[in-house]
Design a protein around this ligand. Structure first.
Ligand SMILES: CC(=O)Nc1cnc2ccccc2c1
Length: 446
């Protein structure tokens, strides 16, 4: 039995005579593997970032939504060989239900759209900022959670929707000081793959799987890619043609290859001309090799990248016109993107753009002796009712301590409640930036 048992059974004398600390097992005070705490300074930076996510979303008239972090596992079971599936944080709950911590937000959004069905008036413009999870063997020491900003447009079949989404991300980048020389967007369409596969009469079911294999093209040796494509029943001829098309460097060359009649070329041409109207042409480039690693994309796909090539993709998205029917709903055209909270902070660090977000408190209020603690509380309440922030000193502390705290919380002014002033209904105020000092009736404080 461990020492706790002794304590409980009292075998070793009465508890009070023994310091409790002998018995309590120290728990691990770190957060679970792959997860983070957000102490105040980190939380201020996170709020700074998420406030920009929200302000841009609202500037584009998107409405905020959210979903449970816990979903039925079935929502994420796809058979296309995605990494996100291999790392699903899934388990059986105490009701023997197969559940999962969401690895992404889009399937939950699709579920809610189906649930709401006809009561929704299209188009929907929804955004969310939510924590997403993956279960990786800690061999890779990577994080198991991150926060993702998503924006989705549901009910618009035109590439005007994708153009709008890219515009919102460009707006976000500009707000935080990132320029077109720092990052760009690689843009392509999965209809390119579709048109090639159709020439080789590859069945549609294989489309998702082929995309997931192609998405690994920069991570695996080309022979491995070919091997996986062969095991997906593609002929060598189809594989060669596929890899050929994926290396096309311009929209003009693509048109030569696929002809101008196909949707792939016309969608991309429309997107690039819209980009000009939106004013973000210098942010985007055609890159046939972009397919993204999610099986459900069906059209335009794009990803934000750092031009120095040091970091992983900053964000990514695309059109997913067939997702709802995979859950038994009626298909509604849709597109969206996901923007994680990790890579962007690495980029901001690289560019020296991490903002100084200190605590900002307007007032620190302190009673000069204990029998004025109530008076100090009433002063704090008056100021708070005027909408001001107040750090009320809650114990009888020496002035030296109060000044140190005032500096640490970056208070604008110090309000001292002293007996002689209080008898006149006044307090004494010290402006902590100018040093100016004066007495004033509390009601005249603003
Ligand atoms: C760089 C990083 O933290 N990526 C990350 C971290 N956690 C995740 C959790 C779920 C899905 C994708 C994830 C991706």
């Amino acid at each position: 039995a461990n020492s706790n048992d002794n304590a409980r059974s009292g075998r070793s004398g009465s508890l009070s005579s023994i310091p409790a600390h002998d018995f309590v097992q120290k728990i691990d005070v770190n957060p679970p593997k792959g997860t983070r705490d957000f102490p105040p300074e980190d939380m201020r930076l996170r709020n700074w970032l998420f406030n920009h996510f929200r302000e841009v979303s609202q500037m584009f008239a998107f409405e905020e939504v959210d979903f449970p972090v816990l979903e039925s596992e079935a929502l994420f079971i796809r058979k296309a060989g995605e990494e996100i599936r291999d790392q699903l944080y899934c388990f059986e709950d105490r009701g023997n239900r197969r559940v999962a911590l969401r690895p992404e937000l889009t399937p939950s959004l699709a579920r809610l759209v189906i649930q709401k069905g006809k009561s929704l008036s299209l188009p929907l413009k929804w955004f969310a900022v939510g924590q997403c999870w993956r279960y990786e063997r800690m061999t890779r020491g990577r994080r198991r959670e991150h926060y993702q900003w998503n924006m989705d447009i549901i009910g618009v079949p035109d590439v005007t929707a994708e153009a709008e989404l890219i515009s919102s991300i460009v707006t976000f980048f500009k707000r935080i000081g990132i320029t077109a020389s720092d990052v760009g967007f690689k843009v392509s369409s999965r209809k390119v793959l579709q048109e090639v596969l159709r020439c080789y009469s590859i069945p549609n079911e294989l489309f998702g799987k082929v995309c997931i294999i192609i998405d690994k093209i920069e991570k695996l040796p080309i022979d491995e890619i070919k091997k996986e494509l062969r095991s997906a029943e593609l002929s060598d001829e189809a594989i060669e043609e596929l890899l050929q098309v994926l290396s096309v460097k311009s929209l003009a060359k693509l048109e030569e290859k696929l002809g101008a009649a196909g949707e792939a070329v016309s969608d991309l041409q429309q997107l690039f001309s819209l980009a000009e109207k939106f004013g973000y042409s210098e942010w985007i480039q055609f890159d046939a090799s972009v397919v993204r690693g999610l099986a459900y994309y069906t059209g335009i796909v794009f990803e934000g990248f750092d031009r120095e090539g040091k970091l992983r993709a900053i964000c990514g998205g695309g059109r997913y016109d067939r997702l709802l029917s995979t859950f038994g709903g009626e298909d509604i055209p849709a597109c969206g993107f996901g923007f994680g909270d990790a890579v962007i902070l690495e980029l901001l660090k690289e560019k020296g753009l991490i903002p100084e977000v200190g605590q900002q408190v307007e007032n620190i209020v302190c009673a000069l002796d204990t029998d004025l603690q109530g008076a100090a509380a009433s002063v704090a309440t008056i100021l708070r009712e005027k909408g001001q922030s107040v750090d009320l000193v809650l114990e009888n502390k020496p002035l030296k301590w109060v000044f140190k705290r005032a500096a640490r919380i970056n208070a604008r002014r110090l309000i001292l409640v002293g007996s002689s002033e209080w008898e006149k209904g006044e307090v004494s105020v010290k402006n902590l930036s100018s040093g100016e000092q004066y007495q004033i009736e509390v009601d005249r404080l603003e």
